[in-house]
Design a protein around this ligand. Structure first.
Ligand code: NAD
Length: 520
């Protein structure tokens, strides 16, 4: 079998590099690496261009984003062809990235003006009623986006859209394994007539660090280990960060679930993009009464899958190192007593393909149940009670998302609220990603902050500036030193009395809290 590796894993990222298709070994394209010492100048140029972009106002920026959305729609096949070449994805997996971006663009184009409009706030106490309080959302000048390789188009742009909409300039640092599609996207930004507020720095760690050192906000998507390093480095300049990191998403299948639906969802959630999805289904807990039916349905579905770039259900793993993680997890599980019901090895022939794999008799002593695999594996564990399923689902350093399958939606909702993660899909997997009105983010080692989605996905790229204006010609002056010390002390007493009135009323009215509902 010929092993095909990506050349950019060499430590040198100077001059130009050749990117190979991990499925075929053919040349996918060439990239010019950025010299890390050039990054401050690139950032400075973006910072200069950003001023005008901010001054355009939200309405004009929405028009620019709309033109870009149209460009994406018109160039969808070109983008997907390059994606397949660069990543070895299947066509169906590559086909998911552009529509998601257009959905996010469409949502922000429609809502950004209102979301970014100055917000009036009332005075909390009567003596402040002479003030008019307004919050203005001012963009952070340059947002650095450091992206992974698994969704080279979506992961780069789903965050860039919010930043550009907010009025920031963006400096994108794509993964060194997938630099080509990013260049195509920037070409699209320019061809759609938008100003030069979208820059790219190509390279690996050194360029990434230079980006962290020069921008005003960092949106990082990648592994938890690298996210930690990014945050540590950003702390040197007190640069704020938003981190979207790894995951080990659990699925819980209750005894009253639609087993066929749960099995279809588990297989799709675990296998699409060859399992290289942050929110993929990485482990399943099934209640004993439906366990065997669920396992049989999953194996049947998995055995119907075809692996192959372009025309397969899912394509290659990005490189040999990713394949090695999958192999290690399967070997470790087998050594500790797990059974492989189907798959369990790399595919015959060239390219970094791994067969879709179902594991049973697994437990939390095995890496496949505790560490992120990022490969096409589906470990399934039988549990005796719902409490056991919840306890095991939460027994992870990660907390990105989860899913619960039950015909009793209220019961599933109760379970959802006992899971420690950023999103729970009921009777579905991954669908929260399509909910552009809600922020998407992880808990615990899966992240800090949230990425795109909702008003939060715009305001995170802004600094709130509060402007306080007198309502009348009477400004402040009540507490200045032109008053006697006696008057100032009287003022302080009066402010205390006024401020305490509300808490006193609330304390008198307080009733004991109602007990919360339990899951079982
Ligand atoms: P990675 O952490 O190796 O690299 C991510 C990015 O960080 C790359 O652009 C890389 O060049 C850069 N980088 C590497 N070292 C750096 C350093 N010391 N300082 C700054 N930047 C550095 O991740 P990956 O292998 O590209 O992607 C896979 C990981 O991404 C998985 O763990 C996956 O779960 C995670 N991911 C998370 C989400 C999410 O939304 N939560 C989405 C996609 C991927």
């Amino acid at each position: 079998m010929t092993a095909i590796t990506q050349p950019p894993t060499t430590p040198e990222f100077s001059g130009t590099g050749t990117i190979l298709n991990p499925a075929t070994g053919a040349v996918a394209g060439e990239v010019r690496w950025t010299d890390p010492s050039d990054v401050p100048a690139i950032t400075a140029e973006l910072r200069a261009a950003q001023r005008e972009w901010e001054q355009h106002g939200a309405k004009e920026r929405a028009t620019a984003l709309a033109r870009f959305a149209v460009w994406l729609g018109e160039h969808r096949s070109e983008i997907e062809e390059l994606l397949i070449k660069e990543t070895g994805k299947s066509a169906v997996d590559a086909g998911q990235e552009v529509p998601l971006l257009i959905m996010i663009l469409a949502y922000y184009i429609k809502t950004m003006e209102k979301a970014l409009a100055p917000a009036r706030r009332p005075a909390a106490l009567p003596f402040l009623a002479i003030k008019k309080i307004t919050i203005h959302y001012r963009p952070r000048p340059v947002v650095g986006i450091i992206a992974p390789w698994n969704y080279p188009v979506a992961n780069a742009l789903m965050d860039a859209i919010g930043a550009l909409a907010a009025g920031c300039a963006v400096l994108l640092k794509p993964s060194e394994r997938t630099p080509l599609t990013a260049e195509l996207l920037r070409r699209g930004w320019r061809e759609s007539g938008a100003p030069d507020v979208f820059g790219i720095a190509q390279g690996a760690r050194a360029v990434s660090e230079a980006v962290v050192d020069s921008v005003d906000f960092i949106q990082f998507t990648g592994s938890t280990a690298t996210g930690r390093k990014v945050m540590e480095r950003a702390a040197r300049r007190l640069t704020p960060v938003s981190l979207e990191l790894g995951g080990k998403d659990p699925m819980i299948v209750l005894e009253d679930a639609d087993v066929e639906l749960a099995a279809h969802a588990a297989v799709w959630g675990a296998m699409f993009n060859a399992g290289q999805t942050c929110v993929s289904v990485e482990r399943v807990y099934v209640l004993e009464p439906v366990y065997q039916r669920f396992v049989d349905a999953v194996v049947r579905d998995v055995q119907a899958l075809h692996v192959g770039a372009g025309e397969g259900h899912f394509g290659a793993l990005i490189d040999e190192s990713q394949l090695a993680v999958t192999e290690r997890h399967v070997a470790d599980a087998k050594a500790k007593g797990a059974q492989v019901l189907t798959g369990g090895r790399r595919a015959d022939g060239p390219g970094s393909f791994y067969l879709p794999t179902v594991l049973v008799d697994v437990d939390h002593s095995m890496a496949c149940m505790t560490e992120e695999t990022f490969g096409p594996t589906l470990p399934i564990m039988k549990v005796a009670t719902v409490d056991e399923a919840i306890r095991l689902a939460n027994a992870s350093p990660y907390g990105l998302s989860a899913s619960v399958f039950s015909r009793d939606v209220e019961r599933a909702k109760d379970i959802a609220l006992q899971l420690d993660c950023g999103a729970v899909n009921i009777n579905d997997v991954i669908s929260n990603l399509m909910c552009t009105t809600a922020p998407m983010g992880g808990w615990k080692a899966s992240g800090i902050g949230a990425r795109f989605g909702g008003v939060e996905g715009l305001r995170k790229y802004c600094r709130a500036e509060t402007v306080v204006v007198p309502r009348t010609s009477v400004g402040g002056g009540f507490a200045y030193y032109n008053n006697s010390l006696k008057t100032l002390a009287r003022m302080n007493r009066m402010m205390t009395r006024l401020a305490l009135a509300g808490p006193r009323r609330a304390a008198r009215a307080a009733k004991p809290a109602k007990p919360t509902r339990t899951a079982t």
